[in-house]
Design a protein. Structure first.
Length: 400
């Protein structure tokens, strides 16, 4: 009999985590494994990317209440979830004031703790050989699914973000394996949860070179990209970690230094108003272009001269590896996990993680044609696809 695998995620909006899940789903051997995918809300551009071999489980209305507006779910009578989410926001604000963290993701665990008890069980689906919780919060797979093994994925650098360790530890500890996407992510996680060291298993984000190169050939309108200019590209959610707002200031310094460039951004998110204001205040409308949400970002990466990841912090940016597959010189800031993304000077460069340092490093790189050519040659001669990472899942499943 084929082994049964259950995978859960909130929704499939455009994002690095969601893209890495699609990579995993495309790598699985469906002659050996049956995969049930539970998407809490059947929304997002990546829903159409789910392989046909995957059984997409029906949407259950109450699970959709975790991410829809509270006013909306109150009108539908879901008072238990609404009150749980309101109480979670109060708890999270109190925690934020106590801890004084810049990036507070404790809210996700507070919401999960206060709402999961009111969600229906999924045990009617039967027992799975493996249940995967692909993105926080992990309480639903922990409490609502029956499986021989349960794994929880880490996608961010936990040494950098604000979490309530005491509240999260029992959740992570309940899983048989904690899946990390890089060595640096593992180290960051273990600074907060050292007792879970034995549970860590490294499985990198799975990327298909063939698929990325094929999708990069899609025709796009390049009028906005600027003729005769150095073209920079960044792909990412408009959020504090991705630091798109800070990239505007880096762009301004480069323009003021006489660099003839245009920097285009593919993405969307909650910081869009902040980013647009920063662009306006610094008169960068002609040079810093927001292209919006794109289901397929690869043609834009292919069209650029340099791919830039200006993040304040990262787990492991999928887009960096995708840019390398497309043989683009990559510049990343020196966030804590930067060394796990590339080898400085070999397949990209690392610049300081501040506006002035990043601007200088990027300017020097733009002016150094020989260095860029060496990196492009290296990328051309090396493979960055890693579908074989899925074998680690097979190996673990065969012994259970």
């Amino acid at each position: 009999m084929m082994k049964r695998v259950f995978i859960a995620i909130q929704y499939l909006e455009i994002g690095g985590v969601e893209r890495s899940l699609i990579g995993l789903l495309n790598a699985i051997d469906y002659t050996r494994y049956e995969v049930d995918l539970f998407v809490f809300r059947h929304t997002g551009e990546f829903m159409s990317f789910i392989p046909q071999e995957v059984r997409l489980l029906p949407e259950i209305k109450k699970f959709t209440t975790l991410s829809r507006p509270i006013k909306e779910i109150v009108k539908e009578g879901y008072w238990d979830i609404a009150l749980g989410r309101l109480w979670a926001h109060i708890q999270s604000r109190c925690f934020e004031k106590r801890s004084q963290v810049k990036e507070n993701i404790a809210i996700f665990q507070y919401v999960a703790s206060n709402t999961t008890p009111y969600l229906p069980s999924l045990e009617h689906l039967g027992e799975y050989d493996l249940a995967i919780s692909f993105l926080i919060p992990h309480n639903i797979v922990k409490d609502k699914v029956k499986a021989k093994q349960k794994w929880a994925w880490i996608h961010t650098d936990y040494s950098f973000v604000g979490i309530n360790v005491e509240k999260e530890l029992p959740v992570w500890a309940a899983f048989d394996r904690v899946i990390s996407i890089s060595e640096s992510v593992s180290k960051g996680f273990l600074t907060r949860f050292p007792s879970l060291n034995e549970k860590i298993l490294l499985i990198e984000n799975i990327l298909s070179e063939k698929m990325i190169r094929e999708q990069a050939n899609e025709k796009i309108d390049l009028k906005c990209l600027g003729e005769g200019k150095i073209k920079l590209c960044t792909v990412g959610r408009f959020s504090y970690p991705k630091a798109i707002d800070r990239a505007v200031l880096i762009c301004k310094q480069l323009i003021n230094k006489g660099i003839n460039l245009i920097w285009y951004i593919v993405g969307y998110g909650g910081d869009e108003n902040l980013i647009r204001k920063t662009i306006h205040d610094n008169r960068m409308e002609e040079y810093f272009i927001l292209l919006g949400k794109k289901t397929n970002p690869y043609p834009y990466i292919k069209a650029c001269d340099i791919y830039v990841q200006p993040s304040r912090y990262e787990g492991k940016a999928v887009t960096v590896r995708e840019a390398q597959i497309l043989e683009k010189p990559v510049v990343i800031t020196n966030f804590p996990t930067a060394q796990s993304q590339l080898t400085d000077g070999v397949d990209g460069i690392i610049v300081p993680n501040d506006v002035d340092g990043a601007a200088k490093g990027l300017m020097d790189f733009i002016k150094d044609d020989n260095k860029r050519d060496r990196i492009i040659t290296y990328l051309h001669n090396h493979s960055y696809g890693n579908e074989e990472e899925v074998d680690k899942i097979y190996q673990m499943l065969e012994v259970c």
